[in-house]
Every structure is written in structure tokens, then in C-alpha cells.
Design a binder for this molecule. Sequence first.
Ligand code: AMP
Ligand code: MN
Ligand code: MN
Ligand code: MN
Length: 299
Amino acid sequence: MTSILNADLHCHSVVSDGTLTPEALAARAKANGVELWALTDHDEIGGQQRAAAAAKTVGLQYLTGVEISVTFIGQTVHIVGLGFDPENAALQLGLRQTRGGRAQRAREMSDGLAKAGIQGAFEGAWKFAGNHDLISRTHFARFLVESGVCRDTNEVFRKYLTEGKPGYVEHRWASLKDAVTWIRDAGGMAVIAHPARYKFTANQEFALFTEFKGHGGQGVEVVTGSHTPAEYLTYADTAREFGLAASRGSDFHSPAESHTELGTLPYLPGRLTPVWELLADRIQRTFDTSPEVAASMGR
Ligand code: AMP
Ligand code: MN
Ligand code: MN
Ligand code: MN
């Protein structure tokens, strides 16, 4: 398969911290010309069946997806998994453990915000969470925007939810080794998400890529909504240097908040192996061909 493919292999639904349902995302991806799609909710694969079914209905090729939160030398790193078996018991258990501490963390975040004069943040964020197991900083950000404390979610993160700010709470996520192993053992491919977002030194980043490969990781996001065009080229080089396949995904969360729309990023640069080439046998390609459905979808 060619690198000239409108693949969007990173986005979020109400099952984690997105605002659209898996069905609405499938329809939106199709309308935007996406050809291959994956829903990658944080630490949760409860939306996979719905996403795959919706992809079938609208006529989109589909790969299973997840974005796992990992702690690596004191920082949070995200590892995307693609093309795994969602029925795999060890993956399901590992994800359940990774989700485990979120409610307690949210209570502590709320306590921190209360000390800064913002009351009721836990209850406020809770209302925004479509899946309470996955209560996240994003839901706190939406509450702080709704209550007029900040103008947009970016401002909330900057002033309240990042390291050193009143609503920030240290958290220990999965280990890099565990996350990569869960994905691999479930038959999938592990991919380093948005590498330019991390605040690593060059040596630390080298360690991340080296250890990731050592554990069996195979891909890196090159073209993502979190990278600048210059960073596409930087991480295309990194992919070649480490012999990793390249991925592409918007990281779309919400029509109101996301600056990158589903399926609108540039294609992957040349001389790279697209992740979908290595995952060809795991792509769902069967579509719902009932004439009524096809007609309603404009096919
Ligand atoms: P959590 O997993 O609870 O730590 O929340 C992380 C999520 O917060 C990410 O997946 C993003 O959706 C969102 N996020 C992180 N940093 C920012 C930021 N600076 N602006 C907006 N959203 C952010
Ligand atoms: Mn998110
Ligand atoms: Mn991420
Ligand atoms: Mn994401």
C-alpha cells in the first residue's frame, strides 16, 4: 500500500475525552475523505466494536486502536496500539489497571483547584465525562471553560493543569515495557504518539526510542495534529534512523476544541514504511452493502 493514503489513525470519542460518539466520528471521517480510520481512545477499548461497526456502515477501512498512558523517566508518554485483537484478556486487564487511579487523581486535582479558589471541580468535570473510568484533565478543562474561569481549554492547561500549576497531580501510568507488550501480545503494532510533544533531552529521547524498539515497538507518528511541518521531517528522519514504520493521525477530540480536523493533514513524506503496510492483514475491509444503508450514506 502506498503512503499516499488518507489514513487517520488517532482520534478520541466520548469513550475517553472526545466529544463525539464513535458513530459520529466515523461519519465525519468519511465525509472528510478518510480512507482508513482507527479510533484510539485513551486507555480504553470499550468503543472498538461500535467504531468498527460504524466504519462498516459508512464504508471506511478500519484498524482497532488505543492510546496508552505510560510513565517513562518521570514523564507521561503516549503509546498508540493499532491492529490488535480487542478480545485479548491481558490487554483488557492491563488497560483496566492503567485506568484505575483516575478517580482518586481527579479528587486530588479538585482539592488543588479548591485551594486556588475554584470550588466543585470534581463534580463539574464528572458531568463532562462520558465514561467516568476515564475522567481526565480534558474534562476539568471543559468545566473551567464552562464556568468562565478561562476562555478556552488551552488556557486552562497553561494556567491550571500542567506541572507546577494548582490542578496538576503527579501520576504513575503503565510502564513502557508493559504497554508495548500488551499491544504486541494482542497481535497489534505499538507506535510512539506525537514524539515532539515530550520535553525530553536528546539523550532521553534516544533512550525512549531505543527501549521502545527493544520491547518490540514498531512505529512512530510522523504526521500528527501535534507536530509542525518541520517536525514531520524531523520525525521522518527519526523513523528511518530507528527503522520504524510511520503513522499519521489528527488526534481529533472535538469540533469546538481541536485545531486539526479528521483526515485533513498532509500525506506522509516519502521513503517511509507506512504502518498500514505492515498491518495490511489486520484491516477490516468488509462494508455493509445493504442498498438502503448505501443510499443513505451516498454510496
Ligand atoms: P490526562 O490523560 O487526564 O492526563 O489528560 C491528557 C489529555 O489532555 C490529552 O490527551 C489531551 O487531550 C489533553 N491535553 C493535554 N495537554 C493539553 C493542552 N495543552 N491543551 C489542550 N489539551 C491538552
Ligand atoms: Mn486526549
Ligand atoms: Mn496523546
Ligand atoms: Mn490522543
